[in-house]
Write a protein that binds this ligand. Structure first.
Ligand SMILES: [Zn+2]
Length: 226
């Protein structure tokens, strides 16, 4: 398995390859699962200022890298990691947020993954964390299929304890939290930018490989655990 060539064009240390994700080089057995996107609503909302800042940051990074693909953003974040996030606005569908240390990337929390003290299946606007509050959140998905790259978070207490998502192969839940049995598979192509991702049990992914690829099977089971 090779890492993305464009990261090699960046200054050393600029792009950190995350230790829990697995990057596939060939677009094989791809299942893509995306939830309903709040991105379009998000971009209509009033954060032109933040978008301008992100573009300025993109230009700075672009100056240093011969090639920059939007799907390299947030390369050091992985589904299942806990982050601190600042709530920046309330929206009908949830909240906009900034992940501390990744302020140039868009991020949001859907109301369906904010705990509702009243027992509603989606948190009510008055139950959202206040604007300006900094909260613990877990990365639920990093959407890099279309620009801009976007971080979807969950603040549910159950997800903070253990994030479980359906396996793209067997459909049963797999644990993406540290120490869990799941990994995120990122599928990218030299043809152009964009990244399709899905979650899977390590064992389900490894079992799909040709038995002759014993080294790759072993690395899928070991990656991040070494
Ligand atoms: Zn599975």
């Amino acid at each position: 398995m090779a890492f993305q060539p464009e990261t090699m064009l960046c200054p050393p240390g600029r792009v950190k390859v995350s230790d829990q994700s697995f990057t596939a080089v060939a677009p094989v057995f791809v299942t893509v699962m995306f939830s309903v996107s709040p991105v379009s609503q998000a971009l209509r909302s009033t954060d032109a200022h933040r978008i301008a800042r992100r573009r300025a940051a993109d230009r700075r990074i672009g100056h240093n890298c011969a090639v920059r693909r939007f799907d390299s953003a947030g390369g050091d974040l992985v589904v299942g990691v806990t982050v601190r996030a600042t709530i920046t606005s309330h929206e009908r569908w949830g909240v906009m947020a900034e992940v501390v240390g990744h302020e140039t990337m868009g991020a949001s929390v859907d109301a369906g993954v904010i705990d509702s003290p009243s027992g509603s299946s989606r948190a009510l606007p008055e139950e959202y964390p206040p604007v300006g509050a900094q909260v613990d959140a877990v990365v639920q998905e990093i959407s890099r299929y279309h620009p801009p790259a976007w971080i979807r978070l969950t603040t549910r207490a159950t997800d903070l304890r253990e994030l479980r998502r359906p396996c793209g192969f067997c459909g049963r839940p797999t644990t993406l939290s540290p120490g869990g049995d799941g990994v995120t598979v990122d599928v990218r192509s030299s043809t152009g930018p964009g990244c399709a991702s899905f979650d899977a049990h390590r064992s389900c992914l490894a079992d799909r490989l040709d038995p002759d690829l014993g080294g790759d099977r072993a690395r899928i089971n070991a990656v991040g655990r070494d």
